[in-house]
Design a protein around this ligand. Structure first.
Ligand SMILES: NC(=O)c1ccc[n+]([C@@H]2O[C@H](COP(=O)([O-])OP(=O)(O)OC[C@H]3O[C@@H](n4cnc5c(N)ncnc54)[C@H](OP(=O)(O)O)[C@@H]3O)[C@@H](O)[C@H]2O)c1
Length: 196
């Protein structure tokens, strides 16, 4: 489904579960809040059980352990499960998603938190017509950015944005970097450059 900006609708609300991987991270948290706001049934994939209440608070209806998606797919096609997916993880997780997408469904490939390879076959594209949507926020043309920003004004629930945002002083940056590398941060972290 194209639009004048060249963007795609991931899936219409009511089409089934939409999967978000790297759910407790910054990208995943925003994706869950937006999808839930739009009326989607959201499945959040996380490796941290301590984040389950947080993810439900953002709008996730159900949670799946990320280890279940991270196994290398054993078959070119698996059962049809996802009406759409937002993937922050890549690697075997993205490969698994592609084997489990419903007929003609789409996954937005946003990140590589779990790896930058894609160990799969072309079978899901040929037999199910699934779509692998590349997401690039760096060189994205201005008209598409403007359309996206306008959507965010309406589609991001501000109370949930507050709930996923922590503000830290500049001096906390070294500790924060360690926490990011260890996968211990949650949601978005705003660094207040005006406070020491
Ligand atoms: N395409 C673009 O334009 C664009 C823009 C922004 C970001 N990105 C990319 O998107 C990804 C997510 O960004 P972010 O800002 O949300 O990062 P983040 O806040 O660090 O979140 C990443 C999340 O991925 C999960 N994760 C971490 N290591 C993993 C592993 N080894 N296997 C599986 N899951 C793992 C964790 O979620 P759980 O703890 O819930 O499991 C973690 O919270 C990054 O790769 C980033 O580079 C791309």
């Amino acid at each position: 489904m194209g639009s004048s900006t060249g963007t795609f609708e991931l899936a219409p609300p009511g089409a089934g579960e939409v999967l978000v991987t790297g759910a407790a991270g910054g990208l995943g948290s925003v994706a869950i809040a937006v999808l839930a706001r739009l009326g989607h049934q959201v499945m959040a994939s996380t490796g941290r059980s301590a984040t389950h209440d947080y993810l439900r608070g953002l709008g996730a209806g159900a949670i799946i352990d990320r280890a279940l998606l991270a196994k290398t797919p054993e078959r070119p096609l698996d059962g049809e499960r996802w009406a759409g997916a937002i993937d922050a993880v890549g690697g075997t997780t993205l490969a698994t998603i592609l084997t489990q997408l419903k007929y003609r469904a789409s996954v937005a490939a946003c990140g590589l938190a779990g790896g930058n390879d894609l160990p799969m076959t072309v079978i899901p594209f040929l037999l199910r017509g699934v779509n692998l949507l590349g997401i690039d926020s760096v060189m994205c043309p201005l008209p598409e950015r403007l359309a996206a920003w306008e959507r965010l004004v309406h589609d991001v629930p501000m109370d949930r944005l507050d709930a996923m945002t922590e503000t830290v002083p500049l001096a906390a940056l070294p500790d924060l970097a360690d926490a990011i590398l260890k996968g211990e941060t949650r949601g978005r972290v705003v660094v207040d450059v005006n406070s020491g």
